[in-house]
Design a protein around this ligand. Structure first.
Ligand SMILES: [Zn+2]
Length: 313
């Protein structure tokens, strides 16, 4: 009896061991299976996407149209550099004036690197989660302050190009049709009708908010900031029709309190001068931009574009 019991237990143990080995083998087989047979959702998606981009004439897919046979879908943009210019002239008069030759060099560098200039609004749509809003390599261009060289120098330069180039102007109304260096409302209205120019707010008279806070109490400071933001939006809307929901911080100065004021004044996004590419991790009331001066040549522009491609921020 003892022997029979021992044999029975031995057989049971063998069966359990054999089952265990089978389970282990199955697990190994599953883990060794190429991941794409389990995880890749739909390889058919790729040719469909290529076909769409090949036949589409929309700007956001034109970037991929020369590679219709590429088996892999182009990856979405990972970061978008936003460039800020101020003034343009044939010769550099001051630090904020970019020579037309320098600017044209930037545009060539952007094109040669395979980047496409997209409207700032499209960059914001991408930022909000829509991968299809911009091509894989996108860059946006802003011009702050409403200097008359936008009308006198930049507009003729861009008109001479075969393809329109979208530009967002951040202006402060106290200077418009008033300061000798600034554009007029008529000129801004004409630019907006041109279609390639968006007009947004740079506050009412471009104050330094750090300085203004120093000689006001909390209530006075709050009233001052809100007046700067709300008056600018109202005037820009009345003069040009733009709702001016976007804001560029004067001198790039911002903090948590100012960002809250901007939201309270109806702004949906605001931009700093924090010299990084735009990523989806950026706070919406402090989206980074690069201040571009004439000292930034083609190599400098290449570095800005490559940093966006790496997106190591
Ligand atoms: Zn400014």
């Amino acid at each position: 009896m003892q022997r029979i019991h021992f044999l029975t237990r031995f057989r049971r143990a063998c069966v359990i061991l054999a089952l265990g080995a089978l389970v282990a083998q199955a697990a190994l087989t599953a883990s060794a299976r190429p991941p794409h047979t389990l995880d890749t959702p739909h390889p058919l998606d790729t040719p469909h996407t290529s076909h769409t981009s090949h036949t589409s004439h929309t700007s956001h897919t034109s970037h991929t149209s020369d590679t219709p046979d590429t088996p892999d879908k182009p990856p979405p943009a990972r970061a978008i550099p936003i460039l800020v210019y101020h003034r343009f002239a044939a010769t550099a008069k001051d630090a904020m004036t970019v020579r037309t030759a320098t600017f044209e060099g930037h545009l060539r560098t952007i094109a040669q690197a395979g980047f496409e200039v997209v409207p700032l609004a499209a960059a914001l749509t991408w930022y909000a989660g829509d991968d299809a809003a911009v091509p894989a390599h996108a860059v946006a261009i802003c011009v702050d302050d409403g200097h008359r060289s936008v009308h006198d120098v930049l507009q003729p330069l861009l008109r001479a190009r075969t393809t329109p180039l979208p530009v967002t102007l951040f202006i402060y109304p106290s200077a418009i049709s008033n300061a000798s260096y600034a554009m007029t409302w008529d000129q801004l209205r004409a630019l907006r009708q041109d279609g390639a120019y968006a007009i947004e707010s740079h506050t009412y008279w471009h104050p330094n908010f750090h300085t203004e806070r120093a000689h006001r109490d909390a209530a006075g400071y709050r009233a001052f900031v809100l007046a700067q933001l709300e008056k600018a939006r109202a005037r820009i809307h009345a003069e040009t029709g733009s709702p001016a929901t976007l804001l560029a911080w004067p001198f790039g100065i911002h903090d948590r309190q100012l960002e809250a004021f901007a939201a309270e004044a109806g702004h949906t996004a605001a931009f700093s001068l924090d010299a990084r590419p735009l990523t989806r991790a950026a706070p919406v009331m402090a989206l980074p931009r690069y201040l571009i001066t004439d000292a930034c040549g083609n190599a400098c522009m290449q570095q800005i574009l490559h940093r966006a491609e790496r997106n190591d921020d």
